[in-house]
Design a protein around this ligand. Structure first.
Ligand SMILES: [Zn+2]
Length: 211
């Protein structure tokens, strides 16, 4: 792959800004007035996943949190602050948890090779693997096992989302955004909606509130 130099990236920026202004001279004035994005996207840090390019969305549409292997961690203050800001203040209508096939974080969890701090970070994925080991090990190739774990990881992170105080409060106030679990297939550029059913987690959050 050919990479742009720093100088080229800055030139690209000038060309892009000029093109936007040529198309609509108020584009940046409007962008500067503030944000009201309808989507919170929780995705993997992988450099290939430029979701705005994959989805044709514009600046101002996606509020974003990214980390290795798109984890929804109930102890990650950075993530929780983003979630609360998105749900309570920006009032996003949808939350997308987006994983991807060929994810290095999933691979690290599956193969268990010690590579550093990432090993600690992906430990929850290792737990998912251990829970579903029979199903995953029965798959014929390592790639399929790796990709299935990416799907199960998205499902688990959607479930985790419903365990957060932010989502539970939003559900009780009937202001919870709709949650979607996606996997991006980098081999085709296509997004697969996993159709994760969230009903039981919603009900569980509400019934816990009744205690
Ligand atoms: Zn990844």
């Amino acid at each position: 792959m050919k990479y742009n130099s720093i100088e080229q990236i800055l030139k690209n920026n000038q060309a892009w800004a000029a093109k936007k202004v040529a198309e609509d001279h108020t584009y940046f004035q409007e962008l500067a007035t503030g944000q009201k994005p309808p989507y919170l996207y929780i995705g993997c840090s992988d450099s290939r996943l430029a979701l705005t390019r994959f989805t044709g969305t514009e600046p101002g549409e996606l509020f974003v949190h990214r980390n290795i292997a798109n984890q929804v961690s109930l102890t990650d203050i950075n993530f929780l602050a983003i979630l609360e800001y998105a749900v309570v203040h920006l009032e996003v209508k949808h939350i997308i948890v987006g994983g991807h096939y060929g994810c290095g974080g999933i691979k690290a969890a599956l193969e268990g090779k010690a590579i550093g701090l990432v090993d600690n970070w992906v430990n929850p994925i290792r737990e998912i693997y251990l829970q579903k080991q029979d199903e995953i090990d029965a798959l014929p190739t390592q790639e399929e096992r790796w990709n299935r774990l990416a799907e199960l990881n998205v499902q688990m992170q959607v479930k985790n989302l419903y365990q957060t105080s932010v989502m539970r409060q939003a559900l009780q106030q009937q202001q919870a955004p709709e949650v979607h679990g996606w996997v991006v297939d980098i081999r085709t550029g296509l997004i697969k909606d996993l159709q994760v059913s969230t009903k039981k987690w919603q009900l569980r959050s509400l019934s816990l509130a009744a205690f």
